[in-house]
Design a protein around this ligand. Structure first.
Ligand code: MV4
Length: 517
């Protein structure tokens, strides 16, 4: 096992990796930008090295500085987390060239899966079902036109270098092709420096279901079951659950076998995820492979008992997988809500800032992976995630009830706006409760009114506490109590949610107590 590992990341995933290191008796080295000097991951790590100014391009994305930080501190391996350099074959190669271990798959596997057309070819050859589409990249409008006509409209036009929602367009009919080609081609060229395109048959209202895989360097490969990730907005997941409420046991077996086949086809080792799209008839197709640990890995850990990050580190150190497929099973149900500093009523726009008041949920079955603390800043420079709230229950109903309870305990106040009320709304939505949702869910069901006094997407006042609004009212009460001469505070509180809250003076006092701390 390694003596010391550098974590080339920040926020909650850096803290998560530090925890795995500590359990393994491995020392951790954090890196930080100027904006992250006081960040939680820096406080939690055994050592910390500054790597540059706040913009990621000048710090978390500086290969030489990160490798130098590792060598200088005597780290033997680098964990990339997710995002940043996690799926960058060039970075993985540079790490290995420096005599360090990259905690992830081989650069060759990263490269193959990063090219979506190459990945489709490798998968099709291995007998993995792929979405019907063009076998290779298409040069020029005539080729795209011919391929699309062969497949039949509507189609999806995609960039070979794309993935995760970048570089793709829905094309309803042939007349829309030229403008779609300009859009995707331009986006692909500017984002990836690679304008190659391909087309796929459009699957309507698909479900996004992914399988976790784990493999060691000797080629032993297991699948650690699925996560249902269809609740997304603008190609960003917000809620995940495991198991999937949609798939049948037979479908689960089939998809699991295909996931192992897919990983083995590229000589995969480490943790990885095979993403599938499933249609209403329960056909499933390989979409892409994520060659990293994923944000939503905790729900797999809760349902299977496998520590995926520890397994990643052990496998990177050359150890064999400590379990076989028959040792793995799913027990109970887990749900994760991603708590972001963002404004759902403003199209989920980032709304970072300082956190003044913070009360984390806890209690039975609750796990909250956070990258911040009270008094900390959610910086404007990076992904504005506050924490990942995951819960476990014996069955789906218990898990959802727990999530509602945990969301009720959660208090955040400060300069920022959060999506807590969005999650509170979602956890009561009849379609979500029935497990009857696909990737169009948020677009179809969530229609916030950008008006104070409403919180849920239905425009009705939420049944749960609206923290921001309620805290504002309580601050007014507190101000009025301190300054009885100023009637405005008390009035504002009385005219606001005060009337609705009049039922519980104890709750009001409890809230004031929270605010005083
Ligand atoms: C599709 C599709 C329908 N048909 N491909 C979006 C992200 C990118 N990784 C693939 N995506 C899609 N590809 C075909 N042939 C629909 C989507 C899609 C989607 C996929 C997964 C989760 C959420 C989504 C939201 C909109 C569109």
């Amino acid at each position: 096992m390694f003596k010391r590992i550098l974590i080339a990341n920040r926020g909650e995933i850096a803290v998560r990796v530090i925890r795995a290191c500590r359990e393994l008796g491995v020392e951790s080295v954090a890196i930080y930008s100027d904006a992250d000097r006081a960040a939680l991951h820096v406080r939690e790590a055994d050592y910390a090295v500054g790597v540059g100014p706040a913009p990621a391009s000048e710090s978390y994305l500086k290969t030489e500085r990160i490798i130098e930080a590792a060598t200088k501190t005597g780290a033997e391996a680098i964990h990339p987390g997710y995002g940043f350099f996690s799926e960058n074959a060039g970075f993985a190669t540079a790490v290995e060239k420096s005599g360090l271990v990259f905690i992830g798959p081989s650069p060759a596997a990263i490269r193959k899966m990063g090219d979506k057309v190459e990945a489709r070819k490798v998968m099709a050859t291995a007998g993995v079902p792929v979405v019907p589409g063009s076998p290779g990249t298409l040069a020029g409008e005539a080729e795209v036109r011919a391929a699309a006509a062969r497949i039949g409209y509507p189609i999806m036009l995609k960039a070979a270098a794309g993935g995760g929602g970048k570089g793709l367009r829905f094309v309803e009919k042939e007349a829309e092709l030229p403008s779609a080609m300009r859009a995707v081609g331009g986006e692909a060229k500017s984002s990836f420096g690679d304008a190659r395109l391909y087309v796929e048959k459009f699957l309507s209202r698909p479900r996004h279901i992914e399988f976790q895989v784990l493999a060691d360097r000797a080629g032993k490969t297991v699948q650690v079951f699925e996560r249902e990730c269809s609740i997304q907005r603008r190609h960003q997941k917000v809620v995940e659950e495991s198991p999937s409420p949609f798939i049948t046991p037979a479908m689960r077996r089939a998809m699991g076998e295909v996931a192992i086949k897919a990983a083995q086809a590229v000589g995969y080792f480490s943790a990885g995820t095979i993403e599938f799209l499933a249609d209403a008839d329960r056909n499933f197709y390989f979409l892409e492979m994520n060659t990293r640990i994923q944000v939503e890995h905790p729900i797999t850990e809760m349902v299977t008992g496998v520590d995926l990050v520890k397994a990643q580190i052990e496998v990177a150190a050359g150890a064999p997988l400590p379990f076989s497929q028959q040792d793995l099973s799913q027990r109970g149900w887990a749900v994760e809500c991603r708590i972001y500093a963002e404004d759902p009523a403003a199209g989920f726009a980032p709304a970072p800032g300082r956190i003044d008041t913070l009360r984390w949920p806890s209690g039975p079955g609750v796990r909250n992976d956070a990258g911040v603390y009270a008094g900390a800043e959610v910086p404007v420079f990076y992904d504005p995630m506050i924490s990942k709230l995951a819960v476990w229950g014996r069955d789906r109903a218990e898990a959802i009830a727990r999530m509602r309870r945990a969301l009720g305990e959660f208090v955040i106040a400060g300069e920022l706006t959060t999506n807590l009320d969005f999650h509170r709304w979602l956890m009561r939505h009849p379609l979500f409760l029935r497990g009857d949702y696909d990737t169009n869910f948020i677009e179809q069901e969530y229609h916030p009114r950008a008006r104070a006094g409403t919180s849920g997407g239905d425009g009705k006042p939420d049944q749960d506490d609206n923290d921001r609004e309620f805290i504002a009212a309580m601050l007014a009460v507190a101000a009025a109590a301190q300054n009885p001469g100023n009637g405005r505070g008390a009035e504002a509180a009385g005219a606001g949610r005060g009337a609705a809250r009049a039922g519980s003076a104890w709750k009001t006092l409890g809230r004031l107590d929270v605010l005083r701390r």
